[in-house]
Design a protein around this ligand. Structure first.
Ligand SMILES: Nc1ncnc2c1ncn2[C@@H]1O[C@H](COP(=O)(O)OP(=O)(O)OP(=O)(O)O)[C@@H](O)[C@H]1O
Ligand SMILES: [Mg+2]
Length: 434
Protein backbone atom coordinates (compact mmCIF):
# COMPACT_ATOMS: atom_id res chain seq x y z
CA UNK A 1 0.00 0.00 0.00
CA UNK A 2 1.34 3.43 -0.93
CA UNK A 3 1.18 6.64 1.05
CA UNK A 4 -1.42 9.01 -0.34
CA UNK A 5 -3.80 6.13 -1.01
CA UNK A 6 -7.32 6.77 0.28
CA UNK A 7 -8.82 3.69 1.85
CA UNK A 8 -12.58 3.34 1.55
CA UNK A 9 -12.71 6.97 0.44
CA UNK A 10 -12.19 7.94 4.05
CA UNK A 11 -8.70 7.30 5.38
CA UNK A 12 -5.79 8.91 3.63
CA UNK A 13 -2.53 7.07 4.31
CA UNK A 14 0.09 9.59 5.39
CA UNK A 15 3.18 7.56 6.17
CA UNK A 16 4.22 4.10 7.21
CA UNK A 17 4.96 3.84 10.93
CA UNK A 18 5.51 0.15 11.27
CA UNK A 19 6.22 -2.94 9.30
CA UNK A 20 5.79 -6.12 11.23
CA UNK A 21 5.76 -9.79 10.50
CA UNK A 22 2.07 -9.64 9.74
CA UNK A 23 1.41 -6.37 8.05
CA UNK A 24 2.02 -2.71 7.61
CA UNK A 25 0.95 0.11 9.91
CA UNK A 26 0.23 3.56 8.56
CA UNK A 27 -0.46 6.89 10.13
CA UNK A 28 -3.55 8.14 8.35
CA UNK A 29 -5.97 11.03 8.24
CA UNK A 30 -9.64 10.34 8.76
CA UNK A 31 -11.16 12.65 6.15
CA UNK A 32 -14.51 12.58 7.93
CA UNK A 33 -13.36 13.52 11.42
CA UNK A 34 -10.04 15.12 10.43
CA UNK A 35 -8.39 13.12 13.19
CA UNK A 36 -5.15 11.24 12.79
CA UNK A 37 -5.52 7.48 13.18
CA UNK A 38 -3.41 4.35 12.81
CA UNK A 39 -4.32 1.69 10.24
CA UNK A 40 -2.95 -1.81 10.27
CA UNK A 41 -3.21 -3.61 6.96
CA UNK A 42 -2.76 -7.25 6.13
CA UNK A 43 -2.73 -8.66 2.60
CA UNK A 44 -5.74 -10.87 2.00
CA UNK A 45 -3.51 -13.55 0.49
CA UNK A 46 -0.98 -13.45 3.36
CA UNK A 47 0.18 -16.90 4.46
CA UNK A 48 -0.49 -16.19 8.07
CA UNK A 49 -3.59 -14.26 8.89
CA UNK A 50 -3.42 -12.55 12.22
CA UNK A 51 -5.57 -9.48 11.81
CA UNK A 52 -8.87 -11.15 12.53
CA UNK A 53 -7.57 -12.40 15.84
CA UNK A 54 -5.97 -9.04 16.52
CA UNK A 55 -9.30 -7.27 15.97
CA UNK A 56 -11.10 -9.75 18.23
CA UNK A 57 -8.69 -9.11 21.11
CA UNK A 58 -8.54 -5.37 20.49
CA UNK A 59 -12.33 -5.22 20.73
CA UNK A 60 -12.27 -7.16 23.97
CA UNK A 61 -9.64 -4.75 25.29
CA UNK A 62 -11.82 -1.68 24.83
CA UNK A 63 -12.64 -1.40 28.50
CA UNK A 64 -8.92 -1.34 29.33
CA UNK A 65 -7.16 1.96 29.74
CA UNK A 66 -4.00 0.28 28.48
CA UNK A 67 -5.32 -0.29 24.98
CA UNK A 68 -5.60 1.77 21.81
CA UNK A 69 -9.17 2.62 20.92
CA UNK A 70 -10.68 0.46 18.22
CA UNK A 71 -12.31 2.58 15.50
CA UNK A 72 -13.16 0.43 12.47
CA UNK A 73 -12.24 -2.71 10.65
CA UNK A 74 -13.01 -4.06 7.23
CA UNK A 75 -11.76 -5.58 4.06
CA UNK A 76 -11.01 -4.45 0.51
CA UNK A 77 -10.35 -6.82 -2.39
CA UNK A 78 -6.65 -6.89 -1.43
CA UNK A 79 -6.43 -6.04 2.25
CA UNK A 80 -7.91 -6.64 5.65
CA UNK A 81 -7.58 -3.57 7.77
CA UNK A 82 -8.19 -2.22 11.25
CA UNK A 83 -8.41 1.47 12.07
CA UNK A 84 -7.46 2.44 15.60
CA UNK A 85 -6.34 5.30 17.79
CA UNK A 86 -3.00 6.72 16.78
CA UNK A 87 -0.56 6.18 19.62
CA UNK A 88 2.90 7.62 20.15
CA UNK A 89 6.38 6.18 19.93
CA UNK A 90 7.03 2.63 20.98
CA UNK A 91 9.23 1.88 23.98
CA UNK A 92 11.96 0.21 21.90
CA UNK A 93 12.44 3.47 19.99
CA UNK A 94 12.53 5.47 23.21
CA UNK A 95 15.12 3.17 24.73
CA UNK A 96 17.38 3.70 21.73
CA UNK A 97 17.46 7.43 22.48
CA UNK A 98 19.08 6.78 25.83
CA UNK A 99 22.83 6.57 26.40
CA UNK A 100 23.92 2.93 26.31
CA UNK A 101 20.29 2.05 25.51
CA UNK A 102 19.50 2.04 29.22
CA UNK A 103 16.53 3.33 31.10
CA UNK A 104 16.95 4.54 34.65
CA UNK A 105 15.54 2.54 37.53
CA UNK A 106 12.79 5.17 37.93
CA UNK A 107 11.63 4.88 34.35
CA UNK A 108 11.93 1.08 34.30
CA UNK A 109 9.89 0.38 37.41
CA UNK A 110 7.23 2.97 36.71
CA UNK A 111 6.82 1.81 33.14
CA UNK A 112 6.82 -1.84 34.15
CA UNK A 113 3.95 -1.28 36.57
CA UNK A 114 1.81 -0.02 33.69
CA UNK A 115 2.98 -2.87 31.51
CA UNK A 116 1.91 -5.40 34.15
CA UNK A 117 -1.54 -3.79 34.19
CA UNK A 118 -1.73 -3.93 30.39
CA UNK A 119 -0.76 -7.61 30.44
CA UNK A 120 -3.25 -8.30 33.23
CA UNK A 121 -6.02 -6.68 31.16
CA UNK A 122 -5.14 -8.87 28.17
CA UNK A 123 -5.26 -11.92 30.43
CA UNK A 124 -8.65 -10.77 31.73
CA UNK A 125 -10.01 -11.08 28.18
CA UNK A 126 -9.09 -14.78 28.30
CA UNK A 127 -6.09 -14.38 25.98
CA UNK A 128 -2.33 -14.52 26.33
CA UNK A 129 -0.35 -11.92 24.43
CA UNK A 130 2.63 -14.19 23.64
CA UNK A 131 4.78 -11.44 22.14
CA UNK A 132 5.66 -9.15 25.03
CA UNK A 133 8.52 -6.90 23.90
CA UNK A 134 9.34 -3.18 24.05
CA UNK A 135 8.07 -2.43 20.52
CA UNK A 136 4.67 -3.81 21.50
CA UNK A 137 4.19 -1.07 24.06
CA UNK A 138 3.71 2.53 23.02
CA UNK A 139 3.15 5.80 24.75
CA UNK A 140 -0.05 7.68 24.23
CA UNK A 141 0.38 10.69 22.03
CA UNK A 142 -1.16 13.16 24.42
CA UNK A 143 -0.58 12.79 28.10
CA UNK A 144 -3.80 14.61 28.82
CA UNK A 145 -6.67 13.52 26.68
CA UNK A 146 -9.62 15.81 26.19
CA UNK A 147 -12.11 13.31 27.49
CA UNK A 148 -13.55 13.44 30.96
CA UNK A 149 -11.67 10.41 32.14
CA UNK A 150 -8.34 12.01 31.43
CA UNK A 151 -6.90 10.80 34.68
CA UNK A 152 -7.95 7.33 33.74
CA UNK A 153 -6.02 7.25 30.52
CA UNK A 154 -2.75 5.42 30.82
CA UNK A 155 0.64 6.55 29.80
CA UNK A 156 1.64 3.34 28.13
CA UNK A 157 -0.47 1.04 25.92
CA UNK A 158 -0.10 -2.58 24.98
CA UNK A 159 -0.52 -3.31 21.26
CA UNK A 160 -0.19 -6.07 18.68
CA UNK A 161 -2.40 -9.02 19.47
CA UNK A 162 -1.42 -10.92 16.34
CA UNK A 163 0.05 -13.81 18.35
CA UNK A 164 -2.57 -13.89 21.08
CA UNK A 165 -4.07 -17.20 22.11
CA UNK A 166 -7.02 -18.15 24.22
CA UNK A 167 -5.88 -19.81 27.43
CA UNK A 168 -9.25 -20.29 29.08
CA UNK A 169 -12.79 -21.06 28.00
CA UNK A 170 -15.63 -18.62 28.49
CA UNK A 171 -16.65 -20.60 31.61
CA UNK A 172 -13.29 -19.71 33.13
CA UNK A 173 -11.77 -23.19 32.83
CA UNK A 174 -8.14 -23.21 31.69
CA UNK A 175 -7.54 -24.92 28.35
CA UNK A 176 -5.47 -28.06 28.78
CA UNK A 177 -1.90 -27.67 27.52
CA UNK A 178 -0.95 -29.23 24.19
CA UNK A 179 1.82 -31.85 24.23
CA UNK A 180 4.09 -30.01 21.87
CA UNK A 181 3.91 -26.46 20.68
CA UNK A 182 5.80 -24.62 17.92
CA UNK A 183 7.85 -21.62 18.95
CA UNK A 184 5.90 -18.37 19.08
CA UNK A 185 7.02 -14.87 19.91
CA UNK A 186 10.33 -13.08 19.79
CA UNK A 187 13.35 -15.15 20.79
CA UNK A 188 15.05 -12.42 22.81
CA UNK A 189 12.14 -12.09 25.21
CA UNK A 190 10.61 -15.55 25.00
CA UNK A 191 10.32 -17.56 28.20
CA UNK A 192 12.27 -20.78 28.61
CA UNK A 193 8.96 -22.67 28.36
CA UNK A 194 8.54 -21.22 24.93
CA UNK A 195 12.03 -22.38 23.86
CA UNK A 196 11.23 -25.81 25.26
CA UNK A 197 8.10 -26.15 23.09
CA UNK A 198 5.74 -26.02 26.06
CA UNK A 199 2.26 -24.58 26.06
CA UNK A 200 2.45 -21.02 27.28
CA UNK A 201 0.39 -19.56 30.05
CA UNK A 202 -0.01 -16.28 31.90
CA UNK A 203 3.33 -16.59 33.68
CA UNK A 204 5.17 -16.63 30.32
CA UNK A 205 4.00 -13.14 29.33
CA UNK A 206 5.42 -11.98 32.67
CA UNK A 207 8.69 -13.78 32.10
CA UNK A 208 9.03 -11.76 28.91
CA UNK A 209 8.31 -8.63 30.92
CA UNK A 210 11.01 -9.64 33.39
CA UNK A 211 13.60 -9.97 30.59
CA UNK A 212 12.44 -6.64 29.22
CA UNK A 213 13.07 -4.97 32.60
CA UNK A 214 16.54 -6.48 32.84
CA UNK A 215 17.25 -5.21 29.35
CA UNK A 216 16.06 -1.72 30.25
CA UNK A 217 18.34 -1.57 33.26
CA UNK A 218 21.40 -3.20 31.73
CA UNK A 219 21.06 -1.78 28.25
CA UNK A 220 21.00 -5.29 26.80
CA UNK A 221 20.54 -8.97 27.54
CA UNK A 222 23.34 -11.53 27.68
CA UNK A 223 21.91 -13.32 24.61
CA UNK A 224 21.07 -10.32 22.52
CA UNK A 225 23.80 -10.80 19.94
CA UNK A 226 22.73 -14.36 19.23
CA UNK A 227 20.46 -15.04 16.28
CA UNK A 228 19.86 -18.73 16.70
CA UNK A 229 16.90 -19.61 18.91
CA UNK A 230 18.58 -22.70 20.35
CA UNK A 231 21.71 -20.78 21.28
CA UNK A 232 19.58 -18.10 22.89
CA UNK A 233 17.79 -20.77 24.85
CA UNK A 234 21.10 -22.25 26.01
CA UNK A 235 22.38 -18.92 27.28
CA UNK A 236 19.03 -18.11 28.89
CA UNK A 237 19.18 -21.37 30.79
CA UNK A 238 22.55 -20.38 32.23
CA UNK A 239 20.67 -17.58 33.96
CA UNK A 240 18.03 -19.72 35.60
CA UNK A 241 18.66 -18.30 39.01
CA UNK A 242 18.15 -14.80 40.27
CA UNK A 243 21.81 -13.98 39.56
CA UNK A 244 20.64 -12.13 36.50
CA UNK A 245 19.23 -9.46 38.81
CA UNK A 246 21.43 -9.85 41.89
CA UNK A 247 22.78 -6.31 41.62
CA UNK A 248 19.29 -4.79 41.29
CA UNK A 249 17.08 -3.90 44.25
CA UNK A 250 16.04 -7.06 46.11
CA UNK A 251 12.47 -6.74 44.80
CA UNK A 252 13.67 -7.99 41.43
CA UNK A 253 14.77 -11.26 43.02
CA UNK A 254 11.34 -11.57 44.62
CA UNK A 255 9.73 -10.84 41.25
CA UNK A 256 11.82 -13.60 39.71
CA UNK A 257 11.00 -16.00 42.52
CA UNK A 258 7.28 -15.37 42.19
CA UNK A 259 7.35 -16.14 38.45
CA UNK A 260 9.47 -19.20 39.15
CA UNK A 261 6.87 -20.48 41.59
CA UNK A 262 4.00 -20.40 39.06
CA UNK A 263 2.64 -23.55 37.43
CA UNK A 264 0.93 -23.68 34.03
CA UNK A 265 -2.58 -22.98 35.35
CA UNK A 266 -1.66 -20.49 38.04
CA UNK A 267 -2.87 -16.96 37.98
CA UNK A 268 0.07 -14.62 38.59
CA UNK A 269 -0.28 -12.27 41.51
CA UNK A 270 -0.24 -9.06 39.49
CA UNK A 271 -0.88 -6.92 42.57
CA UNK A 272 2.12 -8.41 44.33
CA UNK A 273 4.36 -7.79 41.31
CA UNK A 274 3.17 -4.21 40.99
CA UNK A 275 3.67 -3.74 44.71
CA UNK A 276 7.24 -4.96 44.51
CA UNK A 277 7.98 -2.35 41.88
CA UNK A 278 6.08 0.28 43.80
CA UNK A 279 8.16 -0.52 46.89
CA UNK A 280 11.25 0.34 44.86
CA UNK A 281 9.62 3.68 44.00
CA UNK A 282 8.95 4.34 47.69
CA UNK A 283 12.47 3.31 48.72
CA UNK A 284 14.03 5.52 46.08
CA UNK A 285 11.58 8.42 46.30
CA UNK A 286 10.16 8.09 42.76
CA UNK A 287 6.63 9.34 42.35
CA UNK A 288 4.27 10.54 39.64
CA UNK A 289 6.26 13.76 39.38
CA UNK A 290 9.47 11.93 38.58
CA UNK A 291 10.18 12.53 34.94
CA UNK A 292 10.51 9.66 32.51
CA UNK A 293 13.85 9.39 30.76
CA UNK A 294 12.41 10.49 27.41
CA UNK A 295 10.88 13.58 29.04
CA UNK A 296 14.30 14.55 30.39
CA UNK A 297 15.73 13.78 26.98
CA UNK A 298 13.20 16.03 25.25
CA UNK A 299 13.95 18.81 27.69
CA UNK A 300 17.66 18.35 27.04
CA UNK A 301 17.01 18.77 23.33
CA UNK A 302 15.31 22.08 24.00
CA UNK A 303 18.17 23.25 26.22
CA UNK A 304 20.65 22.03 23.66
CA UNK A 305 19.05 24.27 21.05
CA UNK A 306 19.24 27.20 23.45
CA UNK A 307 22.82 26.42 24.35
CA UNK A 308 23.76 26.28 20.70
CA UNK A 309 22.50 29.81 20.25
CA UNK A 310 24.37 30.92 23.37
CA UNK A 311 27.48 29.60 21.70
CA UNK A 312 26.84 32.23 19.13
CA UNK A 313 26.97 34.98 21.74
CA UNK A 314 30.01 33.70 23.53
CA UNK A 315 31.94 33.03 20.40
CA UNK A 316 31.67 36.44 18.86
CA UNK A 317 35.22 36.38 17.48
CA UNK A 318 35.13 36.06 13.68
CA UNK A 319 36.61 32.61 13.45
CA UNK A 320 34.41 31.28 16.20
CA UNK A 321 31.17 32.92 15.25
CA UNK A 322 28.12 31.14 14.01
CA UNK A 323 26.17 28.39 15.63
CA UNK A 324 27.68 24.98 16.00
CA UNK A 325 25.53 23.88 13.11
CA UNK A 326 27.25 26.45 10.95
CA UNK A 327 30.63 25.19 12.04
CA UNK A 328 30.12 21.84 10.51
CA UNK A 329 28.91 23.40 7.28
CA UNK A 330 31.19 26.39 6.90
CA UNK A 331 34.86 27.10 7.22
CA UNK A 332 35.22 27.10 10.99
CA UNK A 333 36.26 23.53 11.23
CA UNK A 334 39.79 24.47 12.18
CA UNK A 335 38.60 26.20 15.27
CA UNK A 336 36.30 23.38 16.15
CA UNK A 337 39.15 20.99 15.68
CA UNK A 338 41.27 23.16 17.91
CA UNK A 339 38.53 22.93 20.45
CA UNK A 340 38.38 19.26 19.99
CA UNK A 341 42.08 18.75 20.42
CA UNK A 342 42.26 20.74 23.58
CA UNK A 343 39.07 19.48 25.09
CA UNK A 344 39.00 16.01 23.78
CA UNK A 345 38.26 14.60 27.19
CA UNK A 346 35.32 16.86 27.75
CA UNK A 347 33.94 16.57 24.31
CA UNK A 348 34.09 12.82 24.41
CA UNK A 349 31.88 12.98 27.44
CA UNK A 350 29.24 14.89 25.55
CA UNK A 351 25.83 13.69 24.61
CA UNK A 352 25.90 11.26 21.71
CA UNK A 353 23.53 13.43 19.81
CA UNK A 354 25.73 16.40 20.23
CA UNK A 355 28.62 14.36 18.95
CA UNK A 356 26.49 13.18 16.07
CA UNK A 357 26.22 16.77 14.97
CA UNK A 358 29.98 16.90 15.04
CA UNK A 359 30.56 13.54 13.57
CA UNK A 360 33.43 14.88 11.54
CA UNK A 361 35.15 15.93 14.74
CA UNK A 362 35.40 12.45 16.04
CA UNK A 363 39.02 11.33 15.70
CA UNK A 364 37.85 7.79 15.12
CA UNK A 365 36.13 9.01 12.01
CA UNK A 366 38.00 7.86 8.91
CA UNK A 367 37.77 11.23 7.24
CA UNK A 368 39.31 12.88 10.25
CA UNK A 369 42.04 10.26 10.52
CA UNK A 370 43.08 10.95 6.95
CA UNK A 371 43.21 14.63 7.56
CA UNK A 372 45.11 14.44 10.81
CA UNK A 373 48.77 14.44 9.72
CA UNK A 374 48.25 17.54 7.62
CA UNK A 375 46.43 19.24 10.39
CA UNK A 376 49.07 18.39 12.97
CA UNK A 377 51.67 19.82 10.68
CA UNK A 378 49.64 23.01 10.35
CA UNK A 379 49.30 23.18 14.05
CA UNK A 380 53.02 22.72 14.58
CA UNK A 381 53.67 25.54 12.16
CA UNK A 382 51.09 27.60 13.91
CA UNK A 383 52.80 27.05 17.24
CA UNK A 384 56.18 27.85 15.72
CA UNK A 385 54.74 31.02 14.26
CA UNK A 386 53.23 31.86 17.58
CA UNK A 387 56.62 31.71 19.21
CA UNK A 388 58.29 33.64 16.41
CA UNK A 389 55.68 36.36 16.10
CA UNK A 390 54.94 37.07 19.68
CA UNK A 391 53.20 40.19 18.43
CA UNK A 392 49.71 39.40 17.27
CA UNK A 393 47.41 41.31 14.99
CA UNK A 394 44.42 42.89 16.73
CA UNK A 395 42.03 40.44 15.15
CA UNK A 396 44.14 37.52 16.23
CA UNK A 397 44.34 38.92 19.72
CA UNK A 398 40.58 39.33 20.01
CA UNK A 399 40.14 35.89 18.64
CA UNK A 400 42.55 34.41 21.15
CA UNK A 401 40.98 36.28 24.02
CA UNK A 402 37.55 35.14 23.00
CA UNK A 403 38.87 31.67 22.57
CA UNK A 404 40.47 31.67 26.03
CA UNK A 405 37.31 33.08 27.50
CA UNK A 406 35.30 30.34 25.95
CA UNK A 407 37.70 27.68 27.17
CA UNK A 408 37.47 29.07 30.68
CA UNK A 409 33.71 29.06 30.50
CA UNK A 410 33.72 25.55 29.23
CA UNK A 411 35.81 24.45 32.15
CA UNK A 412 33.65 26.36 34.56
CA UNK A 413 30.49 24.96 33.06
CA UNK A 414 31.88 21.50 33.39
CA UNK A 415 32.95 21.98 36.98
CA UNK A 416 29.77 23.60 38.17
CA UNK A 417 27.32 21.42 36.31
CA UNK A 418 28.76 17.98 36.47
CA UNK A 419 28.88 17.93 40.22
CA UNK A 420 25.18 18.64 40.49
CA UNK A 421 23.99 15.96 38.09
CA UNK A 422 24.05 12.26 38.42
CA UNK A 423 22.87 10.71 35.20
CA UNK A 424 25.48 9.90 32.64
CA UNK A 425 24.02 11.76 29.75
CA UNK A 426 22.93 14.73 31.80
CA UNK A 427 26.46 15.12 32.94
CA UNK A 428 27.65 14.82 29.39
CA UNK A 429 25.06 17.25 28.23
CA UNK A 430 25.95 19.82 30.83
CA UNK A 431 29.38 20.04 29.30
CA UNK A 432 27.65 21.41 26.25
CA UNK A 433 25.82 24.14 28.11
CA UNK A 434 28.25 26.92 27.80
N1 LIG B 1 -2.06 2.34 17.03
C1 LIG B 1 -0.80 2.64 16.79
N2 LIG B 1 -0.37 3.90 16.91
C2 LIG B 1 0.92 4.24 16.67
N3 LIG B 1 1.85 3.36 16.30
C3 LIG B 1 1.50 2.07 16.14
C4 LIG B 1 0.16 1.64 16.39
N4 LIG B 1 0.12 0.30 16.17
C5 LIG B 1 1.36 -0.06 15.81
N5 LIG B 1 2.19 0.98 15.80
C6 LIG B 1 3.62 1.01 15.47
O1 LIG B 1 3.90 0.00 14.51
C7 LIG B 1 4.82 -0.95 15.03
C8 LIG B 1 4.42 -2.34 14.55
O2 LIG B 1 3.08 -2.59 14.94
P1 LIG B 1 2.61 -4.02 15.42
O3 LIG B 1 3.51 -4.51 16.47
O4 LIG B 1 1.16 -3.96 15.71
O5 LIG B 1 2.84 -4.80 14.06
P2 LIG B 1 3.36 -6.25 13.79
O6 LIG B 1 3.20 -6.46 12.33
O7 LIG B 1 2.66 -7.22 14.62
O8 LIG B 1 4.85 -6.08 14.19
P3 LIG B 1 5.92 -7.12 14.79
O9 LIG B 1 5.72 -8.40 14.07
O10 LIG B 1 7.21 -6.42 14.52
O11 LIG B 1 5.61 -7.20 16.25
C9 LIG B 1 4.73 -0.80 16.54
O12 LIG B 1 5.93 -1.19 17.18
C10 LIG B 1 4.44 0.67 16.71
O13 LIG B 1 5.63 1.41 16.69
MG1 LIG C 1 4.68 -5.76 17.14
Amino acid sequence: MEKGFVLRERWKLLNKIGQGGFGEIFRALDLETEEKVAIKLEKVDANKRALRLEVAVLQKMQSSRFSAKFLHCGRTSDYNYVVMELLGRNIAELRKLQPENKFTLATTVRLAQEMISGIEDVHETGYLHRDIKPSNFTLRRHKKSKNKNENQSSHCCIIDFGLARRYRYSNGKIRPPREEVGFRGTARYASINSHDGKELSRRDDLWSLFYLMVEFLRGGLPWQRLKDKDQISEVKKMYTNPDICSDFPEQFTKFYQHLDSLEYEDKPNYDYLRKLLNDICIDCGFDENTKYDWEIYEESQKILKTSLSSFKVITSAPALSGTTNDWSRTGSRKVVKGLHNEFLGDIEKMNDLFLAEFDDLNPKNEKEKNEKPKERKNEKNKNKNKKKNSKMSKDEETETNEYDKMMKMMKMAEKSETTTTTKGWKKKFCCTIL
